[in-house]
Design a protein. Structure first.
Length: 234
């Protein structure tokens, strides 16, 4: 397979740090495919048929089990996630499409599986890594106030008082709702623990892979964070 020269942006950060928002902005500005791992997983497990599974390296990963992990705030099985992501990465590289990733890799095993593939498909020189930093207190507050719209599932973070009174999405007009279970305070604490123990170790791995990790303060406005993200990418 011919190596693509397109750009790859990987955004890491705790829940509520603005990964999805920045990914949307970056995708639009650089004409990248927004590879939202969470949406890929959600579409697979939330509508799965009874007994449905993915066969990865000879092992069955049942969608019903992955769904149980998902709704509890526990990260899905790394081989299962890697399988979904690898398939999509190869499709995109084949047509020379650049990508921005805001939900993968989320664990060290996923990183060890996916990062070498990305380097092979796109070249290390075309990879940018962004780490959005957020305090645990802000993570819990932001996620407990997060709502999404029914139609396009745009995330609406109540980081400003005027957003608290919104009942409909300002982008598509559909009704705003909370993600039942996933953004409950106790589930958020579980997700934060998962991030610290299973996602954050990726930072050292990426450094060992000779990839620069650009740390950015994610507690500021979307605009201010985006300005620093653009500097890191360019």
């Amino acid at each position: 397979m011919k190596k693509s020269s397109a750009l790859v942006v990987i955004i890491l950060g705790p829940p509520g740090s603005g990964k999805g928002t920045q990914a949307e902005l970056i995708a639009g500005k650089f004409n990248l495919y927004n590879l939202e791992t969470s949406k890929i997983i959600e579409s697979k497990v939330m509508k799965a048929q009874k007994g449905e599974y993915a066969l990865v390296a000879g092992k069955k990963y049942y969608f019903s089990h992955e769904k149980e992990l998902w709704v509890k705030g526990i990260l899905c099985s790394p081989p299962f996630v890697s399988f979904l992501v690898r398939t999509k990465l190869q499709e995109l590289a084949e047509v020379g499409r650049g990508i921005v990733m805001s939900g993968s890799p989320r664990t060290l095993p996923e990183g060890e599986d996916i990062i070498p593939l990305i380097k092979k498909l796109y070249g290390a020189q075309n990879i940018r890594v962004i780490l959005l930093e957020l305090t645990p207190e802000q993570t819990i507050w932001r996620n407990s106030h997060r709502r999404i719209c029914e139609l396009m599932r745009h995330p609406i973070l109540s980081t400003q008082k005027e957003f608290l009174s919104l009942t409909h999405c300002p982008l598509d007009g559909s009704k705003l709702m909370k993600r039942r279970g996933l953004d409950d305070p106790e589930t958020i604490k579980t997700r934060l623990k998962e991030y610290k123990e299973r996602t954050f170790p990726l930072v050292n791995y990426l450094k060992k892979q000779k990839l620069k990790v650009n740390k950015i303060n994610g507690e500021r406005s979307v605009e201010d964070v985006h300005k620093d993200v653009l500097v890191a990418i360019k």
